[in-house]
Ligand binder design. Structure first.
Ligand SMILES: *[C@@H]1O[C@H](CO)[C@@H](O)[C@H](O)[C@H]1NC(C)=O
Ligand SMILES: *[C@@H]1O[C@H](CO)[C@@H](O)[C@H](O)[C@H]1NC(C)=O
Length: 358
């Protein structure tokens, strides 16, 4: 069994655990990832749920993609404090920030410069040292991070930045040797920094990988190779693919499409993938937005908590006021201290603490 984990947006739902098809007998022979001893304080799966700090429980999370892009330590501390005191345990942040031109302003954070004539991984004060600060801050507060290595989208570089530098495109990136070599170099650099940290909940191969009009073999093979690489570097942290949950069987609507190149259940059989995710945006499902996030999304949260096989959820996205002003409002943002926050965070956390789940 593998846990699943979803994000809701305005519940970009990463929620979690769902029963998985039985594995082929041969796969039972090899010691599974889950049977390896997990160091104290590390997150792991337990059947279709997650265990953190010795407790198997439904987990509430959020997305704060911009957290490691803040130059001001106090801003990072403020956000982590607000999340921790709200009962949120899981924080998904961008572990990538790819550029094709090195910013001239030393206060602009970037993690990797991509170029066919020599890429640079920025370990400086406006580079991975910002991620170091977030990881250390999460450790102090008992928070756990989900860290993707690349974006499918152009925000913060993503696959489009690799393709601009190395000449692949969105459908060839997954098997384009120069792009994959640099992507793997980046993975090695990031994983080496935090392999020993209990603050890493899971490594995510990509945010919403899609390979349009590709064989589902392309993402399957890429995910098999990349997740095995991550496990070889860091056998004790969980690894997840980061896809949206497309490519199910049994229907004709969007979650059942193979058009995005993902075969959900097949990918979940990969031995070095620990759990599945899906992303849902209930506010985009034709419900009048005048109803507000709370009315639209609270029932989905309740359903998730009650559903066997869903191990947690993480809404997209948390917001607050930093020293630089109000954080990004993409219409899905729940701001700390608002009524929406009370409904979708405070009440959700309280209801889970009340519930007894077996
Ligand atoms: C794993 O979950 C089972 C219930 O499903 C529970 O009895 C057991 O204590 C859990 N293990 C840990 C390490 O939490
Ligand atoms: C939690 O349980 C208490 C006591 O049964 C109840 O008063 C409260 O309404 C519950 N809260 C939620 C959010 O379910």
């Amino acid at each position: 069994m593998r846990a699943f984990w979803t994000i809701f947006s305005s519940l970009l739902a990463i929620i979690g655990a769902s029963p998985v098809r039985p594995k082929a007998p041969s796969q039972h022979v090899a010691p599974s990832v889950q049977q390896r001893a997990v160091p104290a304080g590390f997150a792991s799966t337990n059947g279709t749920q997650f265990t953190i700090d010795g407790q198997t429980q439904y987990l509430v999370g959020t997305n704060v993609y911009w957290l490691a892009f803040q130059m001001n330590d106090a801003d990072i501390d403020l956000v982590l404090d607000q999340l921790a005191t709200s009962g949120i345990k899981i924080v998904r942040i961008w572990g990538f920030n790819d550029v094709t031109t090195i910013p001239t302003d030393p206060a602009t954070v970037w993690f990797q410069y991509l170029s066919s004539s020599g890429s640079v991984i920025n370990t400086g004060t406006n580079g991975l040292q910002r991620l170091d600060y977030v990881v250390a801050g999460a450790e102090k507060r008992g928070l756990k991070l989900v860290i993707p290595f690349v974006n499918n989208w152009q925000d913060y570089g993503g696959v489009p930045a690799y393709t601009a530098a190395f000449g692949s495109d969105g459908s060839t990136w997954f098997k384009h040797a120069p792009a994959q070599a640099q992507y793997q170099a980046y993975i090695r650099a990031v994983v080496a920094r935090y392999a020993a940290s209990p603050a890493v909940f899971a490594w995510e191969l990509a945010n919403e990988p899609r390979c349009m009009v590709c064989s589902t073999d392309d993402i399957f093979n890429w995910a098999t190779e990349t997740s095995a690489l991550v496990k070889s570097l860091d056998p004790h942290h969980m690894v997840t693919l980061g896809d949206e949950g497309m490519g199910l069987t049994g229907g004709a609507w969007l979650p059942y499409w193979l058009t995005y190149g993902t075969d959900y259940w097949r990918n979940l059989q990969i031995e070095t993938i620990d759990f599945g995710t899906f992303h849902m945006y209930p506010t985009n499902y034709g419900i009048p937005s005048s109803q507000g996030h709370c009315a639209i999304e609270r029932p989905w949260q309740e359903l998730a908590v009650q559903t066997e096989g869903i191990a947690g959820d993480a809404f997209w996205q948390a917001g607050t006021v930093l020293s630089t002003g109000k954080t990004h409002d993409d219409t899905f943002t729940l701001y700390h201290g608002t009524e929406e926050w009370s409904c979708l965070v405070t009440d959700h956390v309280a209801a889970i603490r009340n519930a007894t789940r077996v």
